[in-house]
Design a protein around this ligand. Structure first.
Ligand code: NAD
Ligand code: UDP
Length: 312
């Protein structure tokens, strides 16, 4: 089939994408600097003749040949992307320029993974792609949010100036096996806390909402978006079922059967109050919508954490 470059391929989403592309028969070049990704995520792929791993940081130019590029390189958890905010900005800006330059040289099509964070703390609900967002450009999340907004702008402008075939997806909170158990995101935190018998750390009053998509559904959306010839996006990809963090905590307790209690911790600054994708566009353009409900997806994630973290 095709030679496909996946940046951030050793991360949570990237590893699932590499696996899916290899299963389809593609040649996959996985590029990662292992900042938030892990070798364990891709160890099972290393023996595959169609899989190649390159330790590389996309902030530096990369010279490989590919027909398609999925650009996922960027830490995604607030704890990880706030660890070195300037590096996060460089990855989404300088790194994006390098990837688009590579695409220009190879005439490759690029799918860029943007985020619901471009909507900030949204005043429009649910969020449609034509909403411009409500982002604090100076706050602790700005290194990620503004970096991703510049990356979208770079994609559109390389498309207009050089005819690069870009595809932009805006991902809403996604979870599943291989999400780093220590990366601080809410699903991995709650599951690990439940399995350890610790209190679940609900931040603030727990009434803030998110919409959780299972990883397999999201990867199908990536591939459908890459393969369609009609438009560059952006297209929202996420599960339109919205839950409060209290509801998520209760679902985790039910699925794990844990005796943990729901505890409280301070709400981080600029934490968005609500988030839910309008996926009308994805349904029409990609014939895509999520299939896996929250409790089924959580059960798969719990099984993964039990096996890899607790050996049972
Ligand atoms: P992740 O942190 O598990 O994966 C990101 C990968 O990129 C890691 O393997 C990391 O080591 C690598 N990386 C980071 N900076 C790099 C650099 N400069 N050069 C090379 N590699 C680099 O996160 P994820 O959840 O798999 O997210 C993947 C992409 O999807 C990210 O771009 C993220 O912004 C986007 N996204 C994810 C979600 C989600 O809910 N998972 C939501 C919105 C957007
Ligand atoms: N959250 C929480 N407890 C945690 C981690 C996160 O209540 O241990 C909340 C957080 O305040 C936010 C939501 O869960 O409202 C999602 O947080 P996450 O870091 O997973 O992703 P975000 O959507 O904020 O980028």
């Amino acid at each position: 089939m095709a030679t496909i470059l996946v940046t951030g391929g050793a991360g949570f989403l990237g590893s699932h994408l590499c696996e899916r592309l290899l299963d389809r028969g593609d040649d996959v070049i996985c590029v990662d600097n292992f900042f938030s990704g892990r070798k364990a995520n891709i160890r099972h792929l290393l023996g595959n003749n169609n899989f190649e791993l390159i330790r590389h940081d996309i902030v530096h130019p990369l010279y490989v040949e590919a027909e398609q590029i999925y650009n996922l390189a960027c830490p995604a958890s607030p704890v990880a992307y706030q660890y070195n905010p300037i590096k996060t900005i460089k990855t989404s800006t300088v790194g994006m320029v390098n990837i688009l330059g590579l695409a220009k040289r190879c005439r490759a099509r690029v799918l860029h993974t943007s985020t619901s964070e471009v909507y900030g703390d949204p005043e429009v609900h649910p969020q449609r792609e034509d909403y411009w967002g409500h982002v604090n450009p100076l706050g602790p999340r700005s290194c990620y949010d503004e970096g991703k907004r510049v990356a979208e702008s770079l994609c559109v402008n390389y498309h207009l100036a050089h005819g690069i075939e870009v595809r932009i997806v805006r991902i809403f909170n996604t979870y599943g096996p291989r999400m780093d158990p220590n990366d601080g995101r809410v699903v991995s935190n709650f599951i690990m806390q439940a399995l350890r018998g610790e209190d679940l750390t609900v931040y603030g009053d727990g009434q803030q909402t998110r919409s959780f998509c299972y990883v397999d559904d999201l990867i199908s959306g990536f591939i459908a978006m890459m393969e369609q010839d009609e438009e560059i996006g952006p297209v929202n990809l996420g599960n339109p079922t919205e839950n409060t963090m209290i509801e998520l905590a209760e679902a985790v307790l039910e699925v794990t059967g844990s005796k943990s209690r729901i505890g409280r911790a301070p709400l981080p600054k600029d934490d968005p109050k609500q988030r839910c994708p309008d996926i009308t566009k994805a349904k029409a353009l990609l014939k895509w919508e999520p299939k896996v409900d929250l409790k089924t997806g959580l059960a798969h994630a719990v099984e993964y954490y039990r096996q890899t973290q607790f050996g049972s």
